[in-house]
Design a protein around this ligand. Structure first.
Ligand code: N2P
Length: 353
């Protein structure tokens, strides 16, 4: 399914989401007293400009803000207690292990007055029954961005990623589980398969694709699509839509065969230094007005029901942001494959070497 860029898509941002925020907030470490400092570790391009400033103004806190672009990066940071972050944004696939390893601490729902705005559909997920450790933030899909000035209209799935006509113009996420899921889906195989035959086929295709790939990146693909340096990118729905907002040439494909669906949550690390402020920040992000601002900036789907009702109609009805049930029915979540995940990682290592 392809969503043409809505004509009325507003330019909410003066720059790409998060760009100003990240620059303005980097290097603020040391500002304010420790009691008043909040350390946030978030995916890149995942919060609206001005939101951190507003939180600071309202609370008198100072925010230290850093970005990451893969679950692996967050997991590594939490494993070493590094950063002393107070709020992080793990995805569904990384949560079972983070909870099992005691990397997170319980969230006190009684301190979240805005909890009531969350859509019950997204509460008590299998990876955190009862929401002891997580609060849903945004969800989205694994999708393909193409430059329509180079890629014909017919493309409807993952196939442009493997098309030799786009040699040197293709970017892939730097993320073994997402990439191998996409490859398996493209091959018509179950995306969570650990079957050695399936993984061998995936490896073979990735090895054949490698000479076509410009870069394996989980954050630069947006800018490369906008500039035209890349023509085809495997990415996440919202980042691709941010690119489409900047360039009329960018088209976003949610593969009609079905794709990977994911949800990221707010969580408080076990080693957090300011649990009180972390709760205040999470509650602030749940405030409908703030959730709307973020949703309008990042183009991901908000699990905040009140906020969703306040989104501009063209966003609420955008089938890339909120895929219709017929498409969602064909989508799958990454399975938590425990120690078996080394089989997927081995494929990735051999391809990338
Ligand atoms: C934000 C990407 C988050 C999606 N740039 C991956 N969980």
């Amino acid at each position: 399914m392809t969503a043409p860029r809505p004509i009325s898509r507003r330019r909410w941002l003066t720059q790409s989401a998060g760009a100003i925020g990240a620059a303005a907030w980097a290097g603020c470490d040391g500002a304010g007293s420790a009691a008043n400092r909040l350390r946030v570790f978030n995916w890149s391009a995942y919060i609206a400009d001005g939101v951190l400033e507003q939180f600071e103004e309202e609370t008198g806190a100072s925010v230290v803000y850093d970005n990451y672009s893969s679950d692996a990066e967050l997991e590594a940071r939490l494993a070493t207690g590094g950063g002393g972050y107070d709020v992080v944004f793990p995805s569904d696939r990384s949560l079972p292990a983070l909870v099992a390893k005691d990397r997170l601490q319980p969230i006190d729902q009684a301190r979240l007055a805005n909890w009531k705005h969350l859509d019950p559909k997204f509460l008590s997920p299998p990876f955190d029954v009862g929401n002891r450790f997580t609060v849903p933030y945004f969800w989205g899909t694994l999708a393909v961005g193409v430059r329509s000035d180079h890629v014909p209209e017919e493309a409807a799935g993952f196939e442009p990623l493997f098309d030799a006509r786009y040699r040197g113009r293709i970017t892939m996420l730097d993320d073994p589980e997402n990439v191998i899921a996409a490859v398996l889906l493209h091959l018509g195989l179950p995306m969570n398969s650990l079957d050695p035959g399936h993984l061998a086929q995936a490896k073979e295709l990735l090895a054949r694709q490698k000479p076509l790939v410009q870069a394996y990146t989980s954050d630069a693909y947006k800018d490369r699509l906008i500039s035209g340096e890349a023509w085809v990118a495997l990415g996440w729905s919202g980042d691709l839509l941010q690119a489409a907002d900047e360039s009329e040439e960018v088209r976003v494909i949610v593969p009609a065969t079905g794709t990977l669906i994911w949800i990221d949550s707010l969580a408080i690390p076990r080693a957090a230094r300011n649990v009180d402020l972390a709760h205040r920040f999470i509650d602030f992000l749940l405030r409908p007005e703030i959730a709307v601002k973020n949703a309008e900036a990042v183009y991901y789907a908000t699990p905040n029901l009140t906020a969703r009702g306040q989104l501009p109609a063209e966003m609420r009805d955008d089938p890339v942001i909120f895929p219709p049930p017929a498409v969602l029915d064909r989508c799958s979540w990454l399975a938590s494959r425990g120690g078996e995940i080394v089989k997927v990682e081995a494929v990735w290592r051999e391809v990338r070497e």
